[in-house]
Design a protein around this ligand. Structure first.
Ligand SMILES: [Zn+2]
Length: 546
């Protein structure tokens, strides 16, 4: 939608109004005290940082389900407030080196400093023995950009090497979406596509800029225990090796093959890219052990009045990092902003719905597990939903709401993806707020929280919150505090709730906003669409034709 059409839409919907009158206005139902009560409770040390499958989990899921019951929600899973989520934990030990035979002799990359690899395939021993290596550009198959990085090569059982991010990165946006990362740029996509192509191993070349984080982040995940969906087929359809090689190693490897890094990069960025075999083979081994566990999503429902089979879904993950390395003598990672804030947001939205008139469509409230380990709870729900995805109107998610008071902005992550931007704008205007794009779309945050498993199934999603301009701080100071937050509080034991320092009025306003947007969607007959250049549009259209 162009800008003028967009404004027209906002004005029309605003002037004719589409929010039904609730029995008691949400502003009176969603209160500071209730919002604070849940955050103070869930972020307290009693919940030990809310790690799934630990002694903390029963306490957390009991609190949330009891709140749902008290609010008056039905159990959404055939009357139960819980959905079991099978989780696979994998511990692996890599061979010391990743060995390449090149035209210029052997090259061995050291584990952790020069390469890492993981697996989710349930097999005790993985090995690559003189595996052929294909350079597959960015590892992308994107029909809407007329691009297939596997065109004309067979990578079945072979190893592929790909660049991180997508060909738009660092450009002004005439190809892909410029610096705004598409899903094709995410490492998760690269491993999924490699598996679809039948590759045995996929190594992504790490670069700090386009990856969005330094090598240390990749390395720190090196030989830790990792969590994956525990699927019925033991993840047999996935690659044996999902890995990364450092930039310096990739340069050495390409040099040994007679190519410069820059030459291959330019080649990959080009619209005419063709994959090709590198004159090398690669060998490595990985020993793995597996554990099967179960965690829980917590789920409550309000049935729709006239169209109960159609649903609007709210999501907020309950899990956090648990007990870990002590910082300043504190080892409990309380996760007050991440994500007790959003659980509270969701519970109070549910209360507003229960106190209003019954919505026409059903509304599902889903507090999911395992977000921090890779969106495990939301992914499981999307694979095993209570309502089919083509009956799911939208997912409204949030994550990490800061406690810095009211905001002038509503920042939309994934701005430009779907018509839902307009649905948010309509209500933002009524609160006197402006909508704005996520300031760092290159980080691909739209693909990194619980809306994404829905998005991948074609369901449009909203991830919107006050973020870049707190009223009392002004924009510059807010941005300063945000970067301070990411550096010093995010995923640290200091993400705690301090009553005297916190101002939850912004969270309160976000809850009212998200409630109204959800209510509009639940009372509407519309199915908000993906925009034409969205990589998810065709998935939705296909799901409607099924
Ligand atoms: Zn989070």
């Amino acid at each position: 939608m162009n800008y003028q059409k967009f404004i027209l839409f906002v004005v029309l919907v605003y002037s004719f109004g589409c929010t039904q009158k609730a029995k008691i206005p949400a502003e009176q139902i969603i209160t500071y005290n209730n919002i604070e009560k849940h955050i103070a409770e869930l972020a307290s040390d009693k919940y030990l940082g809310r790690a799934p499958m630990t002694q903390a989990e029963p306490l957390v899921v009991a609190y949330i389900s009891e709140q749902m019951k008290e609010i008056g929600l039905e159990g959404a899973n055939n009357g139960s407030y819980f959905q079991d989520v099978p989780i696979l934990s994998v511990s692996s030990k890599l061979s010391e080196t990743l060995d390449f035979e090149t035209p210029n002799g052997k090259l061995g990359f050291q584990k952790l400093t020069e390469f890492v690899a993981f697996t989710r395939k349930v097999e005790a021993k993985m090995s690559l023995e003189n595996s052929e290596v294909i350079f597959a550009g960015f590892g992308i198959v994107a029909p809407e950009y007329n691009r297939n990085d596997f065109d004309g090569v067979d990578v079945k059982g072979k190893t592929i090497i790909v660049f991180v991010n997508d060909p738009g990165y660092g450009t002004t946006g005439d190809y892909f979406k410029g610096n705004t990362m598409t899903y094709y740029g995410r490492w998760t996509y690269k491993f999924e596509e490699a598996a679809r192509q039948g590759a045995k191993a996929c190594f992504i070349v790490h670069e700090t800029g386009p990856a969005g984080y330094p090598w240390e982040v990749v390395r720190n995940n090196g030989e830790t225990t990792r969590y994956y969906p525990d699927t019925k087929n033991g993840n047999k359809d996935r690659c044996s090796f999902e890995g990364w090689i450092s930039l310096a190693s990739a340069k050495k490897l390409f040099d040994a093959c007679g190519y410069s890094f820059d030459e291959l990069k330019q080649n990959a960025i080009s619209k005419n890219f063709k994959p090709f075999k590198l004159p090398v083979t690669v060998s490595a081994e990985m020993d793995c052990s597996f554990n099967h566990g179960v965690s829980k999503n917590v789920c409550g429902l309000i049935k729709g009045k006239s169209r109960p089979d159609e649903v609007v879904v709210y999501t907020a993950h309950w899990d956090h990092l648990g007990v870990g390395t002590a910082i300043n003598g504190d080892s409990i990672y309380n996760g007050a902003t991440d994500n007790a804030s959003a659980v509270s947001w969701m519970l109070e939205i549910a209360r507003a719905f229960k106190n209003g008139k019954q919505p026409e469509r059903s509304v599902l409230f889903l507090s999911v597990t395992g977000e921090e380990s890779g969106l495990l709870g939301s992914d499981y729900y999307a694979e095993n939903p209570f309502f089919p995805m083509n009956k799911t109107v939208a997912c409204i998610n949030t994550d990490v709401i800061l406690f810095d008071g009211k905001h002038k902005d509503v920042t939309i992550t994934g701005f430009g993806q779907s018509e839902l931007d307009n649905w948010v704008a309509v209500e933002a205007v009524k609160q006197g707020r402006y909508i704005i794009e996520d300031p760092n779309p290159e980080n691909g945050m739209f693909f990194r929280s619980d809306q994404f498993p829905f998005v991948k199934k074609g369901v449009p999603a909203i991830f919107a919150k006050g973020y870049i301009e707190a009223e009392k701080l002004g924009k510059d100071e807010t941005l300063k505090q945000i970067s301070n937050y990411w550096a010093n509080t995010y995923h640290k034991p200091s993400d705690e709730y301090h009553k005297e320092k916190a101002d939850l009025n912004g969270l309160l306003e976000d809850a009212i906003l998200s409630y109204k947007v959800g209510l509009n969607l639940a009372d509407s007959k519309e199915w908000p669409k993906w925009n034409n250049d969205s990589e998810f549009k065709s998935i939705r259209e296909k799901s409607f034709n099924n």
